[in-house]
Design a protein around this ligand. Structure first.
Ligand code: ATP
Ligand code: MG
Length: 255
């Protein structure tokens, strides 16, 4: 593992900026190692090991995090990319949406440190990414133990977002999948770059729900599920999509 940070010690600040206040615990950490996982449209993703200092017992505190380093594109600078991601994170978190627990901006202004969705026995797959079970050399998913609970939760998140005036986009979601069969699947809004604040409209809720259906059938299912599971999964997706559409129709909080 090598370290591509020019300064191995870097501080990552929460959106509240509270680590910068005197007397608060410093957020300066040391990035011990980093491995590039993938290049996206806006940034490069690194799996990192971060040193936080010493525990009172004298033991070193080292944790794995993901660092997304934004780069300049024709549309935005690296600084704008990282700043936008942090703002969208705050917006989604304040709306009660499911986001990573940690999401901080680096003092370089161009990198984001966030919870690793792929720790221990879990795999993390973006809803629009080239990272999938085949790419990760993992066997395709044969069974999802919590299929209905996961689908209901996932479609409800779309309605919840619309009730808060949030339009979701196909690349926002990450799926976390247990490595062992029977698998459990969960999701998090992990790539927030394209999330948008809009009006509280029914049309947005329907659009969010269609986006979810598309991501489940065209990304999660086709690239990660064993062919024998696909039709059963897609039937359940259709069932929960229909159910959420009924809930949206009846929802008086949306115009
Ligand atoms: N916090 C994380 N934990 C685990 N894996 C992650 C994390 N962040 C990113 N990844 C992995 O890296 C991939 C790309 O991340 P992300 O979508 O944020 O980058 P991007 O620049 O928007 O790329 P793209 O243009 O492909 O959407 C994700 O699909 C996921 O597999
Ligand atoms: Mg992405």
């Amino acid at each position: 593992m090598n370290n591509q940070f020019e300064q191995p010690k870097i501080s990552f600040t929460k959106h509240t900026g509270e680590e910068k206040q005197e007397g608060k615990r410093t957020a300066e950490v040391k990035v011990l190692s980093e491995i590039s996982i993938t290049h996206g449209g806006l940034g490069e993703i690194f799996d990192t090991e971060v040193y936080f200092g010493k525990h009172p017992s004298g033991k070193d505190i080292i944790r794995r995090f993901i660092v997304k380093k934004y780069f300049n594109t024709t549309f935005s600078s690296a600084e704008e990319g990282a700043r936008n991601a942090l703002e969208k994170y705050v917006l989604a978190k304040n709306c009660g949406l499911k986001v990573f627990r940690t999401f901080r901006i680096g003092e370089d202004g161009t990198s984001i440190l966030m919870t690793a969705g792929s720790l221990d026995d879990k795999i993390c797959i973006g809803s629009n990414s080239s990272i999938n079970m085949v790419f990760l050399k993992q066997p395709l998913i044969k069974e999802i133990e919590n299929m209905d609970a996961f689908l209901l939760d996932f479609f409800r998140e779309q309605l919840k977002a619309a009730q808060q005036g949030i339009e979701l986009f196909t690349d926002n979601f990450f799926f976390t999948i247990s490595k062992k069969e029977p698998r459990t699947v969960d999701f998090v809004l992990g790539d927030l770059d394209n999330l948008k604040k809009v009006e509280h409209l029914k049309q947005i809720a329907f659009q969010n729900a269609s986006c979810a259906e598309n991501v489940l059938s065209n990304e999660l299912s086709s690239k990660n599920l064993d062919p024998k599971l696909r039709s059963k999964f897609e039937d359940r997706v259709a069932f929960f999509h229909k159910k959420i559409r009924e809930e949206i129709r009846k929802d008086d909080t949306l115009k």
